[in-house]
Design a protein around this ligand. Structure first.
Ligand code: PLP
Ligand code: COI
Length: 351
């Protein structure tokens, strides 16, 4: 059991330099970080230290074999200066699910939870209060142990650093339904938040950007006939009044926003289906006018409405509706996250 976490405070806070009215996503970093080492077969007590570079050997296995996993979470501050996390235990559990798949030793729950809470107490002043802003939290674990042998490392680092952040995307997205490349495969690591999953997306995403889209909608690796998820979001489709999202699998990340949106939508009486979605069904619905909305859901992006999609060299526009599920669900989830409303699901955790 963890007692007191050692804290070393920075001598040169950067807080006064932060322009909280013009925050980008994840580009300025708070004064402190949590650092924890795995060596000699066990995790050693985490410490809060000033945010600083890490020194690693060139032979550290992270550089060669990509043994690394991460999480994305947010802290919110309400008008009374109280701080809240959203379903943090889910992130802790998923980090260890990812670690297990990448042969990284799992982290004890109290190291993660107590470590995170202590870090947030120390950097409380960095949590934004502006509408739409929050403190983005990035826990990550990677192989710091050395060696060219292609096998798991004998040393790891678990770090949490945080960044006061604004919106991930601005405006509505134009997306391209992928026909060639795959993000993940059966039996692979798609369900894990492994760093390499994202690296593998950059090239196909850049090809899509070059064609005028902002994101790729990934399809199944076998047939490319089923819609699976977006780059850093799970995907929802509204056909007529039914909200549909694909089932999770070993190819898809089990998103915390996704499962929260499913519960909120059901509670609001929205018909929800969790089932496979074919590209054909989406294209047909777009042609007939039955396709009302598409949106991505994730911690960083919250709910990002999609304005249109490209598929087989054709572009399809979605209608501009006055009342959308995307905006109703976004308001509801952010009200819960930021303590602006009741929390019937018990998801909010006060620091
Ligand atoms: N899918 C991918 C590939 C992601 O990177 C993310 C972001 O974390 C999500 C989905 C959404 O997951 P969550 O809602 O837990 O942030
Ligand atoms: C998140 O939504 O927290 C993520 O981890 C996505 C990230 C790639 C920005």
């Amino acid at each position: 059991m963890l007692n007191n976490i050692e804290i070393t405070k920075t001598k040169a806070s950067k807080l006064k330099d932060v322009d909280f009215d013009n925050l980008k996503f994840g580009s300025v970093f708070s004064d402190h970080m949590l650092e924890c080492d795995f060596k000699d077969g066990k995790w050693h007590a985490p410490k809060v230290v000033p945010y600083q570079p890490i020194t690693l050997d060139p032979s550290a296995k992270i550089f060669h074999y990509g043994q690394s996993v991460f999480e994305g979470m947010k802290a919110y501050k309400d008008s009374k200066d109280d701080v809240f996390l959203f379903r943090p235990l889910e992130n802790f559990k998923r980090l260890n699910i990812s670690s297990k798949r990448l042969a990284i030793p799992e982290i004890p729950e109290d190291y993660f939870m107590e470590g995170l809470k202590t870090l947030l107490e120390v950097d409380k002043g960095w949590i934004p209060t502006n509408e739409g802003s929050s403190l983005y939290i990035r826990p990550f674990v990677f192989a710091s142990g050395n060696g060219f042998h292609a096998s798991p490392a004998d040393a790891y680092k678990f770090i949490i650093c945080t960044a006061p952040s604004g919106a991930y995307f601005s405006g509505k997205l134009k997306v391209l339904i992928e026909e060639t490349y795959s993000r993940s495969a059966n039996g692979g690591v798609g369900f894990a938040k492994a760093g390499g999953n994202y690296a593998g997306q950059f090239y196909p995403t850049q090809l899509a950007i070059d064609k005028g889209y902002q994101q790729v909608i990934w399809t199944d690796d076998n047939t490319h006939e089923y819609i699976e998820e977006a780059g850093a979001m799970n995907i929802f489709v509204r056909i007529n009044d039914t909200l549909i999202t694909g089932p999770t699998s070993d190819r898809i990340l089990d998103g915390i926003t996704r499962k929260s949106i499913i519960d909120i939508a059901k509670q609001q009486g929205i018909p929800v289906e969790v089932r496979k979605i074919t590209v054909k069904e989406v294209v047909d619905a777009a042609k007939s006018g039955a396709l009302k909305e598409m949106f991505g859901a994730g911690t960083a992006a919250v709910i990002s409405p999609i304005a249109g999609f490209g598929y087989k060299n054709e572009d399809y526009d979605l209608p501009e509706l006055k009342d959308t599920y995307a905006s109703t669900l976004k308001t509801r989830i952010t009200d819960i996250q930021t303590n602006k409303s009741d929390d019937p699901f018990g998801w909010r955790v006060k620091l």
